[in-house]
Design a protein around this ligand. Structure first.
Ligand code: FAD
Ligand code: NAD
Length: 478
């Protein structure tokens, strides 16, 4: 085997493996390096997303929602379910099977596309050389015309609450608890805190979430964040804002968390504690000082809008570069880089990357929110529509939440959409398509939406922007 490739990708997460596949599709000889191995020394492909992120968390969100439905909501439909039981080990086996199926699928795709998978830690050296260090510490040197860095991210730890992997866990540990904690503490009311807090709350835990910020979901549209907070409170999530964790005390059975709220010191005792206070780029030992690549003080690799680093022929994608840490953002960067390596003028529209919190109901957003438009001095229109007035939402018993569409007051072009409610992720995706095509609210008003669907809330919100919603009384929206 030659030690030279047209492209070497370091990291097999959704940014790296998608980039490698697109490179191979374009006819480039491609190698993909992954450092994680299983017990049989085979590389663990798929990164955070497939192994300890998006996929296992959604498997548990789905299982726990079914349990919650069986325990409670089915009775509203006149369906009685007696003796609902919970088998956590079985739930975990199902989750692991899904992970194995998908990571196996990635392995198959890499093989089919004739991508060389190299097992070990990759480090970029000067002159686009890559040193590979395998599990035994053996090193080998490879060279490439282009190197793509895609080493991903890892959970942030905070000194007052060190992870012990038992009572105090990070998101990875929270995905494989062996039993339902009677009381579960979560530090951080961000995406992970809300999703994994919801999983265990549905399975029976009393969940308290301690959040340092005074504002709930500050990056979300304020109206949607407020509405979401109400819904989560109704579900029993006890979210305490402005809580500064000062320390934890761990005993073999429990963990006591000290925190201050304003000037008052508090403490709470839990069976388990999840620390979910953000993630940081995994760039330690990823490149040598003379590689020409540099990073900021938080470890994010400097790249331009096309993900090119300062070193010629070296690119970086996914969680190690600026922008939201989202699987789909990284994958599309991977595709863009592959296309650019192949000589195409590909680009990515960062303005229309959707973000979703997979609670029940979901919270989803794309584009600008109302407070951003206000701060930028944009003259905008608002159209909102509640799910309570949607026939399908009533039929499904999913009436919480609303759709909100923001558009330019002059041109009518859609600038953003924010949804909390049933199928929020899919509804926001409709707006992603509309925004990518520079659509206006009038375009949405003129389209035919199937009845009865949740999508009708998108139609009505677009109509409401001009005071012409049909199924509610139109009132000025700002
Ligand atoms: P990663 O997926 O982290 O992959 C990087 C890979 O590189 C890893 O396999 C790592 O072992 C390997 N690696 C690192 N250094 C080296 C090296 N030196 N040599 C060789 N290999 C190396 N995002 C969403 O969009 N939707 C979701 O629903 C969602 N849910 C999430 C749930 C949880 C609990 C978590 C933790 C994250 C979630 N995310 C979600 C975020 C998503 O997982 C990440 O944004 C995504 O995985 C980043 O992709 P990546 O390819 O940049 O990095
Ligand atoms: P996050 O940034 O979403 O939330 C972290 C929260 O912790 C913030 O609200 C922050 O104010 C709070 N916090 C920080 N330090 C604290 C402290 N000392 N005490 C109390 N609160 C503190 O991060 P996350 O939830 O850990 O998720 C990490 C990343 O993973 C996110 O950036 C997200 O993009 C990605 N992710 C995405 C999804 C999804 O797309 N559905 C799901 C999970 C994770």
């Amino acid at each position: 085997m030659s030690n030279h490739f047209e492209v070497i990708v370091i990291g097999s997460g959704p940014a790296g493996y998608v980039c490698a596949i697109r490179c191979a599709q374009l006819g480039l000889s491609t190698a993909l390096i992954e450092k994680e191995t299983d017990t049989g020394d085979k590389p663990v492909l798929g990164g955070t997303c497939l192994n300890v992120g998006c996929i296992p968390s959604k498997a548990l969100l789905d299982s726990s929602q079914r349990y919650a439905d069986a325990k409670g909501h089915l009775s509203e439909h006149g369906i009685g379910v007696n003796d609902v039981t919970l088998n956590i080990p079985e739930m975990m086996v199902r989750k692991e099977k899904i992970v194995a199926q998908l990571t196996g699928g990635v392995a198959g795709l890499l093989k089919h596309n004739k991508i060389t998978v190299l097992s070990g830690a990759g480090q970029l050296l000067a002159g686009r050389q890559v040193e590979l260090t395998d599990a035994e510490g053996q090193t080998a040197l490879y060279t490439a015309d282009n190197v793509v860095l895609a080493s991903g991210s890892e959970p942030v730890e905070i000194p007052p609450a060190p992870i012990d992997g038992d009572r105090v866990v990070d998101s990875t540990g929270a995905l494989c608890l062996d039993s339902v904690p009677a009381r579960l503490g979560v530090i951080g009311a961000g995406v992970i805190g809300l999703e994994l807090g919801s999983v265990w709350a549905r399975l029976g835990s009393e969940v308290v979430i301690l959040e340092a910020m005074e504002q709930f979901l500050p990056a979300m549209d304020e109206q949607i964040a407020k509405e979401s907070a109400k819904i989560f409170a109704k579900q029993g999530l006890d979210i305490r804002l402005g809580a500064r964790v000062t320390g934890v005390e761990v005993t073999p059975e429990q963990v006591t968390v000290g925190y201050s709220l304003g000037d008052v010191e508090h403490s709470e005792t839990f069976d388990r504690l999840i620390v979910a206070v953000g993630r940081r780029p995994r760039t330690d030992k990823l490149f040598s000082g003379d590689s020409g690549v540099s990073m900021d003080e938080r470890g994010f690799v400097f790249v331009n809008e096309h993900c090119a680093t300062e070193a010629p022929g070296v690119w970086a994608v996914g969680d190690i570069v600026r922008g939201p840490m989202l699987a789909h953002k990284g994958s599309e960067e991977g595709v863009m880089v592959a296309e650019r390596i192949h000589g195409k003028a590909a680009q990515l529209n960062y303005e229309v990357v959707p973000s979703i919190i997979y609670t029940h109901p979901e919270v989803a957003a794309v584009g600008k929110n109302e407070q951003e438009l206000k701060a930028e001095g944009v003259d905008y229109k608002v159209g909102t529509f509640p799910f309570a007035a949607i026939g399908r939402a009533q039929a499904s018993g999913e009436t919480d939440g609303l759709v909100k569409i923001l558009s330019d007051a002059d041109s009518d072009q859609i600038l953003g959409a924010h949804v909390v409610g049933p199928s929020a992720a899919d509804l926001v995706q409709q707006i992603v398509i509309a925004m990518e095509m520079a659509a206006s609210t009038e375009d949405l008003q003129l389209m035919v939406f199937g009845h009865p669907t949740m999508s009708e809330a998108v139609h009505e919100a677009a109509l409401a922007a001009d005071g012409r919603a049909i199924h509610m009384v139109n009132r000025p929206q700002r």
